[in-house]
Structures are given as C-alpha cells and as structure tokens.
Ligand binder design. Sequence first.
Ligand SMILES: *Cc1c(COP(=O)(O)O)cnc(C)c1O
Length: 386
Amino acid sequence: MSTYARLPVQFERGEGVWLWDTEGKQYLDALSGIAVCGLGHAHPTVAEAISAQARRLIHTSNLYGIPLQAALADRLSQLSAMRRVFFCNSGAEANEAAIKIARLYGHGRDTECPAIIVMENSFHGRTLATLTATGNRRVQAGFEPLVQGFIRVPYNDLDAIRTVAKNSSDVAAILVEPVQGEGGINVPDPGYLAGIREICNEQNWLMMVDEIQTGIGRTGQWFAYQHTKLLPDVVTVAKALGNGFPIGACLARGDAADLLQPGSHGTTFGGNPLASSAAMAVLDVIEAEQLVAHAEKLGKQLLAGFIEKLSSLDGVRAIRGSGLMIGIELDRPCGELVKTALHCGLLINVTAERVVRLLPPLITSEKQASMIVDKVSDLVRDFLTG
Ligand SMILES: *Cc1c(COP(=O)(O)O)cnc(C)c1O
C-alpha cells in the first residue's frame, strides 16, 4: 500500500556509517534508519550473532522457556534499574504494553475510567491506542473514533500537569518522551522529568517514559532518564535495541512490574531466540566499545560545530540536542533539504516541518562527525541564503 512518500533512492548495501544505492553511489548515513542502526550497517558482531542463532534456533514460542530472552531481560534490567521486561516487536507495541499496564494499575485503585496524561507534539506510534496518545492531529485524522482515556497537556509544562491533578481523579499514569523526537528534538528544561517524578509520587501515578528513540545509548546515557537521578516506573524501548532486527520491550519496576499476568498480554514473536540474540549482541558491542560515552562526546562535538557554523545565520531559530539526537530549527518549512542532502550523498531528516533532524550512528568517528557538520551547515546556509 502506498503508506510512505518514499525518496527516489534504493539502498543495496551498507558498511558502518556508509550506504550504497543500486547505482553504486555512496552516502553518509546521519539518520541510522531513524535511530535504529546505532552500530551502523552490517556490523560484523551483530551479523554473526544473528546468523549463528539462525542456524541453531530461530523461534519456539513463549509457551516455553527462552534462555536467551531471560538473559536479555536480566541485562536490560541491570542497565535500566527496572525489574521485569515484556518483549514485543516494535515501539508501538512496547507502548501498548505500557498503556495496558497503566489501565490495570488504575483499575487496581478502583478507578472506573483510568486516564493517561500525554503531551502535545509527542509521538508514540501508529496503533489505535498509541496514535491516540500521539500529540499530532495528522497522525490521528481519519482514524476516529479514537481510544478513550488520554488527557493532553503541553510538553515541558509542569503546571499544566498539576492542574490536571487538581481537577481529575481518574489519572493513573503519565507517558512522556525524555526528548521529543518526531516532535522536533524538543529538549525539556532540566527539572522537567524530576518534576514529573515528584508529581507522580504525590499522586501515586505511574511515570512511564517512552525511550524508543532516546534509549540504548543515543543521548549519551543508556536511557535518557539516567541524565537525572530519578527512576521511572515503566520504560519502553525498541528502535536501536536490535540494530534493525525488529524487537521492542516494555520494562517496569515496583508494582507496575507485576500487573501483567499469564493470559493478560502476549505476542507470538516477542523476544524469540533470534531477536534476543540480535539484541544481546547490540548490548555487548555498545558496552565493549564504550559507545554510550562516545555518543555523549560526539554529540557535544556536533552541537558545538553547528552552533559555531550556523547560530549567527538569519533563519536559524535554534540548535539543540541531547547526545546524538540533534535538531536545527529553521524559521521556515525545509523538507526539501532532505532531497538536496540526498543528492550530495548524505542522509538526514526533517521533522515537525522546519527542524533538520540528525540521528547519526553511535559508531560515527570524530572525522565523520566533522563531515556531517560541514555538509549540513553548507546545505542549510545555501537553503537559507537561496
Ligand atoms: C518510533 C517511535 C515510536 C514507534 O515505534 P514503531 O517501532 O514505529 O512502532 C514510539 N515512540 C517514539 C518516541 C518513537 O520515536
């Protein structure tokens, strides 16, 4: 179906930060398949893990024990300080699990219609519940009736949440991105997540953090909430977890970790041996090569580079980011920059109409980061000065 407005290019092969199209042209990938291929393309350790596991055992069923899945759950729990994990196949599914947990939690407190507070400009997926949670009318339009039980407030606005707390007794949880990705790389004020944690403690709400774009090292911590001292109750991940092999996960601690019970949720493929082996390999490589610290350092280099080259330009509204999530906001729609960049052998993205979004692989070298800064700055300057 014509679900996507595809760019006029088809890739055939990749290696590290590089891709080659069917004509043999080479591209520098500063998007990572939208924050998925943190280890770049065709990473040998991941490829070897997947192929060895495919020869051993691809799938059994969640009817049976899956040692690799259990090991991956332990590993993720250690990294996140969560206690239990539900595995699925995508980000939307990870958020569906979180939403179901919030509803069980609300009903456990005798709330008739448990509600979840969600944010303007958020993105949580394309299933009915997650598109309802998403704060973008374009994602929702045409799919009404939407799902009940969501209350929307502006992002980065603690007072708006406090007002809901005063006026509604049905709230069970808050679902929030630590940095909004699709919404335009919106980085909240430093105290925002801590403020949400505090309100959730006061109100006995679950704090649910959507780390699908931010997680697995991208922002310079394994999970973006780890830039603070707080712990959420529920964390969702997907994108980078399998470096392109589809796998998602919903992690939880405390009461939230025990709400889903046999029969209450499930999925055929979730956490099968092949997916688990891919994710284990990803975590191994990130740890062995210290890519989380690298992401932090490289993110600072990129941000400083863009500020130096672009901040004085008329038409550049803001340059912001967290680790390797970087946004350059212009004063006008700039979608056409994606095609211009493609022409120059560079993959970038534009989100929220006027924000150039960069999500380079965690394995990007300093030299490649400089190339990204130079190329993107030239493109933006040419675009603005016509
Ligand atoms: C991509 C994304 C999702 C949806 O993930 P899918 O795998 O496409 O279902 C949800 N939340 C955030 C923050 C995302 O970036």
